[in-house]
Design a protein around this ligand. Structure first.
Ligand code: FAD
Length: 456
């Protein structure tokens, strides 16, 4: 018999339980990826992610070919395409991993109904998007955890399944046509410093990270110029790396760095279990409702300055320019950029989240929207009134100003921490720098935030 394996957010051969199950039960299988129209219509085809996706598909195809198989790529409505491939391959089973979003669940239901009509069975395997499936641990009084610390306590005690080995050989039946494997050549609007995608690249990065860098993660993860985090987030987003394998391998590496790293992976699971239980948190305030954001029209100039990295606050501007240049931003920088937009400029978090999703190569609804909500004080932060002061934070996390000078070259002439406060320069010295004055005084921003929050 023949199976179809539908790849979605799991573009890898290692630790792929659906692929393993399909292979165990079939003489031949069709590895299928559908460029889903619905994803494009929902606006989730930012160029940076499309380029990374193209790398992932090319690498997956390469990995399959090395094992005697190949990847089949189709475009269109995912359900119609799967049914068509099932008919061409005369398949009797379709295997896929469960998704966690509302869209993924509707896709599974539509597929189940359509395939039943074709006499084909759909096997939906446990999700591989997170290490622990949403709902695997719950508090006694709710269907999900709304606070990270108790979630993490339960998460840490839960046994994890063992990773599944990559297949050695794959036989794909003849007669199933594929579009050309996409390539990043020809895509426009890409960030210059965009990372390469694909499972091979992800595995190389992971091995290097575990060997050399994870040990210093606990001390170094907030150091902006040190850039000492794993940069594995796009690989986790596209599923070129398995979070289960990451947790196992980090735990095997051991030590405080590995523990701190595993805790971040648990944050990822935490946001996914919130979104799985409350899909509307992608757009609606999760816990604390705020109605008094400045209108987009009133804040137009400020939003523009924020997006361009011209707010006059060097650390915020460095962050926003890193985003544009790399399609990625350091976590501490994301926090500062988000606090500045939502608290200092008092602009709706949805505007910032949309801009991030337009550029981030790791941009995903669970992590992006819920981190934005956390920082905006509408989400799961137990201190929703917290405001990050960009100057104090800059001095703490970029004490020598190296991160700012890297991304804001017009300030490169300012040595050390002085780069964080160019407005302190006087007269001709100030005039020598083609850099804007702050869009707002911090004290003014803080007063506006507090007044609006108290009225909400
Ligand atoms: P590391 O520090 O090496 O962490 C390892 C992994 O843990 C990351 O790859 C990531 O998968 C996970 N992780 C770390 N921090 C968080 C966190 N706070 N929440 C959830 N998972 C985390 N992450 C995304 O993957 N996609 C997003 O769209 C996204 N948007 C964000 C928006 C804002 C406003 C903020 C404050 C954070 C956002 N994050 C997002 C979380 C975090 O900033 C990135 O995951 C991290 O910077 C990725 O870099 P890294 O792989 O080097 O992380």
């Amino acid at each position: 018999n023949v199976s179809v394996v539908l790849f979605t957010s799991d573009l890898r051969l290692h630790d792929h339980p659906a692929l393993r199950a399909a292979q165990d039960g079939s003489a031949a299988l069709v590895p299928l990826f559908v460029r889903d129209d619905a994803v494009a219509e929902a606006g989730f085809t930012a160029p940076n992610r499309m380029a990374f996706l193209a790398d992932c598909l090319a690498d997956l195809d390469g990995g399959l070919r090395a094992r005697g198989g190949r990847l089949v790529v189709r475009s269109g409505d995912v359900v119609a395409q799967v049914c068509q491939v099932v008919a061409e391959a005369d398949a009797d089973e379709v295997h896929m991993a469960a998704g966690v979003s509302g869209y993924a669940r509707r896709r599974e239901e539509r597929l189940r109904t359509a395939l039943e009509g074709e006499g084909c069975r759909l096997h939906v395997h446990d999700t591989v998007i997170t290490a622990l499936a949403p709902g695997a641990v719950t508090p006694s009084t709710s269907d999900h955890f709304a606070v990270f610390t108790p979630y993490f306590r339960h998460w840490s005690q839960e046994p994890l399944r063992d990773p599944v080995a990559a297949p050695r050989a794959i036989r794909v039946p003849d007669g199933v046509g594929s579009e050309a494997i996409p390539s990043r050549t020809g895509l426009s609007g890409l960030s210059e410093g965009l990372a390469r995608g694909g499972e091979s690249e992800g595995r190389k990065r992971l091995t290097a990270w575990l060997r050399a860098d994870i040990a210093s993660y606990e001390d170094g993860h907030d150091d902006l110029s040190g850039d000492a985090t794993s940069r594995l987030s796009p690989h986790l987003h596209f599923g070129t790396l398995s979070p289960v394998e990451l947790v196992h391998r980090a735990r095997a590496a051991g030590g405080p760095g590995a523990e701190a790293f595993v805790r971040q992976l648990a944050w990822r699971d935490f946001h996914h279990q919130v979104l799985a239980a409350r899909p509307d948190a992608a757009v609606a305030d999760y816990r604390t409702k705020r109605d008094r954001w400045r209108s987009e029209r009133a804040a137009h100039e400020d939003i523009k300055a924020w997006k361009k990295g011209r707010t006059g606050y060097p650390i915020v501007d460095a962050a926003m320019r890193q985003l544009r240049h790399e399609g990625w931003m350091h976590n501490r920088a994301r926090l500062l950029a988000a606090s500045f937009l939502t608290k200092t400029l008092y602009v709706d978090w949805r505007i910032g989240a949309r801009h991030f999703l337009d550029l981030l190569v790791d941009g995903d609804v669970a992590n992006n929207q819920l981190n934005w909500q956390w920082m905006a004080g509408t989400g799961t932060d137990s201190r929703p009134g917290r405001v990050l002061n960009p100057v104090t934070q800059a001095k703490r996390y970029d004490p020598d100003g190296e991160y700012v000078r890297r991304w804001v070259p017009e300030l490169a002439g300012l040595a050390g921490g002085a780069v964080h406060e160019p407005w302190k320069l006087q007269g001709l010295e100030r005039a020598a720098y083609d850099y804007p004055d702050p869009v707002v005084e911090l004290s003014e921003g803080l007063a506006r935030f507090r007044a609006a929050r108290d009225r909400d």
